[in-house]
Ligand binder design. Structure first.
Ligand code: COA
Length: 323
């Protein structure tokens, strides 16, 4: 069995920036409320003609360039998304064509909402360790702006669009040290998008197809669950609080993120935060944050990273990585 390591990262954010001030013109809210409760100052929103695979392709191209390999070397493509181009084919299959990946590669989408990227890393790591793939593209890509009710102030201020990607390659030294994934479907009413084939086309109107969330309750479960996840990850790896170099959290809310950093024994300057500039980009938020901190030189080769996410389902998961 070989190991897997991250050899390149990439990210893409749509050009259009929507500030809190602009949202003040849409719903009854204020910059102050949004910043104080969430840490978000702005978010990027895709152009009307941009879809999930556009964002994913741009992030993937940058990850490939940073890994120094061509798309034809990729044998597994995994896209974590809740906002795919189509019901089918998968966005991952569309990327095979768009990136020029050799026909015969493995490609599929993965749905685990905001935890999708960590789920994707786990799956790709297992493919690589068992010899099923040698070079994987793991992408988180979302156009959440399409599934937001822009008249609902309790959700529309929180999310943004974007994509992040990593190239995961087989190697001798362990890069992905451990992953821990969980799910519990019992609290679906707290966070969902009530839209899908099950609903039938006639119900596709009004707030159907839009994010519905009881934010306050989600908040409490997220903080508690991520605290337990941190304990689980440290214990499984024989680590103590303060041993991790960087926390790269899902960017849902600065208050959830700092609670997790505290639990890890890390000061906030050891936590990568993009939430102010990007909002919550769901499955894209972790690879975007990782790419940001790798690009600006904060995260260095050899650093110990803890990635963690919590999302609809509920799903939650962590990945401990020697970068
Ligand atoms: N602007 C102004 N006021 C707002 C508002 C907005 N955008 N959104 C909600 N409010 C109001 C509410 O109506 C409520 O008013 P009331 O007291 O008169 O009823 C008040 O603010 C407090 O609402 P509450 O939901 O209790 O606030 P909160 O402190 O829990 O913050 C969230 C709301 C959504 C920011 C927070 O709960 C959160 O981040 N939850 C987790 C969300 C999340 O992570 N989801 C994705 C998981 S991946």
């Amino acid at each position: 069995m070989s190991h897997s390591r991250i050899s390149g990262t990439g990210g893409y954010l749509p050009e259009r920036v929507v500030t809190n001030a602009e949202l003040e013109t849409l719903v009854e809210t204020s910059d102050r409320w949004i910043v104080e409760r969430t840490g978000i100052a702005q978010r990027h929103v895709a152009a009307p003609d941009q879809i999930c695979s556009d964002l994913a392709e741009a992030a993937a191209l940058e990850a490939l360039a940073n890994a120094g390999i061509g798309a034809d070397a990729i044998d597994l493509v995994l896209v974590a998304t809740s906002t795919p181009d189509h019901v089918f084919p998968s966005t991952a299959c569309r990327l095979i064509e768009r990136l020029g990946i050799a026909s015969g590669a493995i490609a599929f989408d993965l749905g685990a909402a905001c935890s999708g990227f960590v789920y994707g890393l786990d799956v790709a790591d297992r493919f690589i360790r068992t010899g099923g793939a040698r070079r994987a593209l793991v992408i988180g890509a979302e156009v959440f702006s399409r599934i937001l009710d822009w008249s609902d102030r309790s959700t529309c201020v929180l999310f943004g669009d974007g994509a992040g990607a990593v190239v995961l390659e087989a190697g001798e030294a362990p890069g992905i040290l451990s992953t821990h994934l969980h799910a519990d479907g019992r609290q679906t009413p707290l966070l969902n998008v009530p839209w899908g084939v099950a609903q039938g086309y006639e119900s596709l109107q009004g707030s159907h197809g839009k994010v519905s969330m009881r934010g306050n309750e989600v908040f409490r479960v997220a903080v508690r669950t991520l605290g337990a996840l941190v304990d689980e990850t440290l214990e499984a790896n024989g680590l103590a609080r303060g041993d991790v170099d960087w926390l790269v959290p899902h960017q849902a809310n600065i208050r959830i993120m700092t609670a997790t950093a505290r639990k890890l024994g890390l000061s906030t300057d050891r936590m990568v935060s993009t939430v102010a500039e990007q909002g919550n980009t769901s499955a894209a938020s972790i690879p975007l944050a990782l790419h940001t901190a790798v690009s600006d030189g904060r995260i260095q080769r050899g650093d110990l990273l803890l990635l963690e996410a919590f999302g609809a389902g509920f799903t939650w998961g962590s990945a401990l990585i020697r970068y």
